[in-house]
Design a protein around this ligand. Structure first.
Ligand code: NDP
Ligand code: PYC
Length: 332
C-alpha cells in the first residue's frame, strides 16, 4: 500500500471504531509512522488494539485535552481519558517554547491511554533542535529481577538528540526484554519466543508466547532493567500524580484495554548551557557518532530511517491476515 492509502484506511477505521476526527487523525499518524519505519509491533497492527480499547470503554473517544502551565518550565496536559497522541500534539508547542525560554522544560501528560512507541515524540522535539527524553509506565506485565510475578509495565525510555543537517539520534526501547507487542505478534503468527523473554503463570521459563502473556515478562539486563523500570514507574507515575502500572492494570478491570495513566517528557535546549558555542559542541557529538559507526556498529534509528526511505519510495506491505482483520473493524 502507499502511505497515503494506509493513512486513509487508518483514519477511516479509527472513525468507524468511534474516535472523534481529531483523535482519529492524530492516532492514524502515529500508526502510519510506525509501519513506515518498519516498527511492526507499533505500526498498523495497533489499529486492532486501539479499536478494542474503544470497544472495551477504556478510552474516551472524543476527549478534549486541557493544557495548563503549573510553573514557568512545566506544562501539564490533562488528556481526559483520550489517546495520548492528541494530548501530546496540544502540549508540544508549549513545551518547546518553555524549553527555549528556560533552557529546560518538562511536560506531564495525565489521564491518557497509551498504545504507541515513544520515538515519534522525541524525534519531533529533536527536530526542533532540542534534546528530548520521554517515558511512560504501562500495565503490570513484567516481573522484577529475582521475582516471577508482574509488577512493572514494559516501561519504554526514549531519547532524542538533534544533529545538524541529519535526522536526530534517537533510541526508544522497553525496559522489558522486549515490547509486549512483539510477543503478541509471535502469538498471532504461532511462533515460539526465546526462553528468556518471560515466565508462565507458575513462574517457569517458557517459549510459549500465550503462556508468557498470561504469566510474566522479564526485564532486560536483569537488575539493571529492573531498576530502570522502577525509575519509569516513579517518574511518570507518582511524580506527576498519575498511575503506576499496577494501578493501571487494576483500573482496566479485566477489560483488556491499553494502559491508562501518565507520560513524562523532558526537553532541553543545548543553547541553555552552551550559548554561542552550540555548534562546536554538537560537532563533538558528531565525532562520537562517527566513532561508533567507524567500528561497523550502527546507531539506533539507522534501521528505522532506512525503512522510512524505502517506504516513502515503495510503500509498505501489510500481512494479508492483518489486513483482513483491519477491514473487519467497525463491521462487528
Ligand atoms: P528493541 O529492543 O527492538 O529496541 C529498539 C531500539 O533499539 C530502537 O531505538 C532500535 O533502533 C535500537 N536498536 C535495535 N537494535 C540495535 C542495534 N543492533 N544497534 C543499535 N541500535 C539498535 O525495542 P523494544 O521491543 O524494546 O520496544 C519497541 C517499541 O515498543 C519502542 O518503540 C517502545 O516505545 C514501544 N513500547 C511502548 C510502550 C508503551 O507503553 N507505550 C511499552 C513498551 C514498548 P531501530 O529502530 O533503528 O532498530
Ligand atoms: O508493546 O509493551 C508494549 C506496549 C505497551 C503499551 C504500548 N505498547
Amino acid at each position: 500500500m502507499t502511505l497515503d492509502a494506509l493513512r486513509g484506511l487508518a483514519r477511516e477505521k479509527l472513525r468507524a471504531a468511534g474516535l472523534a476526527d481529531d483523535h482519529a487523525d492524530a492516532v492514524a499518524e502515529t500508526m502510519v509512522a510506525g509501519e513506515r519505519d518498519g516498527c511492526a509491533s507499533h505500526g498498523i497492527y495497533r489499529l486492532l488494539v486501539a479499536a478494542s480499547s474503544v470497544r472495551a470503554g477504556v478510552v474516551v473517544p472524543d476527549a478534549v485535552p486541557v493544557v495548563s502551565e503549573p510553573a514557568r518550565a512545566l506544562v501539564r496536559v490533562d488528556g481526559k481519558g483520550g489517546f495520548a497522541q492528541l494530548a501530546f500534539a496540544r502540549g508540544l508547542p508549549v513545551l518547546i517554547d518553555k524549553a527555549r525560554a528556560c533552557g529546560i522544560a518538562a511536560m506531564a501528560l495525565n489521564d491518557v491511554v497509551h498504545f504507541a512507541a515513544l520515538w515519534p515524540e522525541v524525534e519531533a522535539i529533536a527536530d526542533a533542535g532540542l534534546v528530548a527524553l520521554a517515558t511512560t509506565p504501562s500495565h503490570a506485565w513484567v516481573a522484577p529481577a529475582g521475582g516471577t510475578r508482574p509488577v512493572f509495565g514494559t516501561n519504554p525510555i526514549a531519547f532524542g538528540w538533534p544533529r545538524p543537517g541529519k535526522p536526530p539520534f534517537v533510541f526508544d526501547f522497553a525496559t522489558s526484554a522486549v515490547a509486549r507487542g512483539e510477543i503478541e505478534l509471535h502469538r498471532r503468527a504461532g511462533r515460539p519466543v526465546p526462553d528468556d523473554w518471560g515466565y508462565d503463570a507458575d513462574g517457569r521459563a517458557t517459549t510459549d508466547a500465550e503462556a508468557v502473556l498470561a504469566g510474566a515478562m522479564r526485564t532486560f539486563g536483569g537488575h539493571k532493567g529492573s531498576s530502570l523500570a522502577t525509575m519509569v514507574e516513579l517518574l511518570a507515575g507518582p511524580l506527576i500524580g498519575d498511575m503506576t502500572s499496577r494501578e493501571s492494570l487494576a483500573a482496566d478491570a479485566g477489560r483488556g484495554g491499553s494502559p491508562i495513566g501518565g507520560e513524562l517528557i523532558v526537553a532541553i535546549d543545548p543553547a541553555g548551557f552552551l550559548g554561542d558555542a552550540v555548534a562546536a559542541h554538537l560537532a563533538r557529538a558528531e565525532a562520537l557518532f562517527a566513532a561508533i559507526e567507524a567500528q561497523g556498529a550502527r546507531l539506533p534509528s539507522a534501521r528505522r530511517y532506512a525503512a522510512r526511505s524505502r517506504s516513502l519510495a515503495d510503500g509498505v506491505q501489510i500481512p494479508a491476515a492483518l489486513h483482513a482483520d483491519i477491514l473487519k473493524i467497525g463491521c462487528e
